[in-house]
Design a protein around this ligand. Structure first.
Ligand code: HEC
Length: 146
């Protein structure tokens, strides 16, 4: 009888932890709206990052930025970056994270909610979006970071 109770206790605890994890991922994933983010991305980001996010926008073609705008489809790189780091780069600009100052800060144009929307869209561009923490083979299309 006692043994049965302790097994039940373990099951309840496991279920509670599992529930916490599920609700946590649900809230972090629901943070931004992909559709709204796409609209902003097409308005502000594609000139540099390209219409498919591959880092080959029209401004890049003309101005030849070095380093080039990040390839947002490179899941091998992008999926290793945390939401907080990407959010900061978008909000405060590349320079704030020791990246190129060419990556502008958007805090005067986009509010936090809009940045989360854009980030949700950026996340949806990365190939291998299911990355679970195990290193992936390099994306052959990714341009090397200089
Ligand atoms: C004037 C060109 C330009 C525009 C416009 C631009 N970016 Fe960038 N972005 C860059 C460059 C260049 C880099 C690479 C910086 C580096 O590697 O040092 C970059 C890097 C990034 C990164 C990578 C950050 C990381 O942690 O590696 C993200 C995310 C990003 N940009 C998002 C955006 C979003 C979202 C927008 C639109 C709201 C945007 N960028 C608009 C030029 C631009």
């Amino acid at each position: 009888m006692k043994k049965k109770q302790s097994i039940l206790k373990i099951i309840v605890q496991v279920a509670m932890i599992f529930g916490l994890i599920v609700s946590f991922t649900a809230t972090t994933m629901a943070a931004g709206n992909v559709k709204r983010g796409k609209r902003k991305y097409n308005e502000y980001c594609t000139p540099c990052h390209g219409k498919n996010g591959e880092g080959d926008g029209t401004r890049m073609m003309v101005e030849k930025f070095d380093p080039p705008p990040r390839n947002h489809t490179d899941g091998n790189y992008m999926n290793r970056r945390t939401d907080v780091l990407l959010f900061k780069t978008i909000k405060e600009g590349g320079k704030s994270q020791n990246f190129s100052h060419i990556m502008p800060q958007w805090k005067h144009i986009l509010n936090d909610k809009q940045i989360w929307d854009v980030l949700a869209y950026v996340r949806s561009l990365a190939k291998n979006p299911e990355w679970t923490g195990t290193p992936l083979p390099p994306d052959p299309k990714a341009k090397p970071k200089q």
